[in-house]
Design a protein around this ligand. Structure first.
Ligand SMILES: [Zn+2]
Length: 458
């Protein structure tokens, strides 16, 4: 009996079972000068390039199973682009659609993509260059994944969760009169932030094997709007600065993919620093601080015991915002006044756009996909399709059975802002922009936690 056991142990190729392979690549997606940029309630046309915008891909393989993580330097992913890219990826690499997670860094200095609502007119997304960018994007995403897939080499993964609590700020504030102020932190009437931030800076680092392992890729996760650069030039915003610092530390071949966390109500504006600027220099400062938080904790990088990548996804229908006929009439009036040149505060305009979109789509289901990918007991990555309030991300992390949980928002499409339940009564910009009804965010949390538990014990 002992002899047979010995024979069995020898004859199974244990050294090879469980070998992790990684490939990483990045492809330029910078649109030409003249392309309208996203992230404003007006047409803002690109007149130059500060940083090239990139589609970055990391393919993970073990025991014949693969998964692909994609990060795009754009304001959001859209469902049609994700569906088209996943189809091309399946054709070119054999990686099944549910094993591909595509997220956006949320840079506000990248091209606008048509969303099929009134925002398209407001932002110039109907213009030819925006349409061309959108039409060409799936192919560029697929190219990044195919190149990463072609570069698979034996690798090791390690991860850490650093913290940086002085760089991001909840942008909703309680005011002296009891109302909720949006972006009002520097007002003398602001009392305190109305919600938390998430100080986690997650990092997963991939290197080759052998005596001098080559740095291959990093996946970095932090929750904060990428609204630092502004202006009219294409830029990856602060996530591009993080990637530059990682390249300086580990070599220019390193592909650093940044996924933005649940930052629907979190940005970089420090209420106690009125002189804080914005622009490329401030983006460099912020990116450097976040990279440094990871570098400070670098000695704590824990090797991951990896397994064949697992993926689970669930698509479900969310309840739409409830609107009255009176709201529709008012929104129509406001919109026509805007078209004649009248200016409105952003929350007022956002509300009108959302009411009219809700009216136009009231019979169409509001579909959302939640996805989880894991390749180790110690790390799972959750994707959520929208601008998710930080409270919801914190709830997922708290209930996750994994040691580290990264969350990529604006991933696999976007349904817009997703506030937590209590924020609905508080109102203001994100709430009046939200297409989904109260309770939708908590549906995301439940779905994510359920998938995390399933994937932890397949
Ligand atoms: Zn946003």
């Amino acid at each position: 009996m002992k002899k047979i056991m010995f024979f069995l142990l020898l004859s199974f190729p244990l050294a090879h079972a469980g070998e992790l392979k990684i490939g990483a690549a990045q492809v330029k997606i910078t649109p030409p000068v003249g392309t309208p940029l996203a992230g404003s309630y007006k047409v803002r046309v690109s007149n130059g390039v500060l940083d090239d915008l990139l589609a970055k891909a990391i393919v993970v393989e073990q025991d014949g199973a693969k998964a692909a993580l994609v990060g795009l330097d754009i304001v959001t992913t859209t469902r049609p682009a994700v569906t088209a890219a996943r189809k091309l990826i399946a054709e070119q690499t054999g990686i099944a659609p549910e094993r591909v997670m595509i997220s956006a860094t949320h840079t506000h200095s990248g091209p606008v993509q048509p969303r099929g609502n009134l925002m398209d007119e407001i932002t110039g997304a109907t213009r030819p260059l925006a349409q061309e960018f959108t039409a060409g994007l799936p192919e560029l995403i697929a190219r990044a994944v195919a190149e990463a897939n072609a570069k698979l080499v034996p690798a090791r993964a390690s991860a850490l969760m650093a913290r940086e609590g002085h760089t991001s700020f909840n942008r909703r504030y309680w005011m002296k009169d009891g109302t909720l102020g949006w972006m009002a932190g520097r007002s003398p009437n602001a009392v305190r932030p109305a919600g938390p931030i998430d100080p986690d800076v997650g990092a997963c680092f991939f290197a080759g094997t052998g005596d001098e392992p080559a740095p291959l890729a990093a996946y970095v996760n932090f929750a904060m709007h990428a609204t630092v650069v502004g202006g009219t030039k294409c830029s990856g915003d602060y996530p591009a600065a993080i990637a530059k610092r990682f390249a300086e530390f580990k070599g220019t071949n390193l592909v650093t993919l940044f996924a933005n966390g649940c930052c629907g109500n979190v940005n970089q504006i420090n209420p106690r620093w009125p002189a804080q600027g914005h622009g490329p220099q401030e983006a460099e400062r912020i990116g450097t601080v976040l990279a440094a938080a990871v570098f400070r904790d670098w000695p704590q990088l824990q090797p991951l015991h990896t397994f064949a990548p697992r993926a689970r996804a669930e698509t479900f229908t969310l309840p739409r915002r409830k609107i009255t006929d009176e709201e529709v009439t008012q929104a129509r009036q406001l919109y026509s006044q805007m078209e004649k040149g009248k200016k409105f505060a952003i929350p007022v305009l956002a509300n009108a756009v959302c009411v009219l979109e809700t009216q136009a789509n009231k019979d169409k289901p509001l579909e959302a996909e939640v996805q989880v990918i894991a390749f180790s007991d110690d790390l799972a990555i959750v994707s959520l399709p929208g601008e998710i309030f930080v409270e919801l991300g914190l709830a997922i992390k708290k209930a996750s059975p994994f040691k580290h949980t990264f969350i990529a928002e604006l991933a696999n499409g976007s349904i817009g802002y997703v506030p937590n339940k209590s924020a609905y009564a508080e109102g203001n910009y994100e709430v009046v922009s939200a297409r989904c009804a109260e309770g939708s965010g908590e549906m995301f949390v439940d779905a994510a936690v359920k998938l995390l538990k399933e994937i932890a014990k397949p």
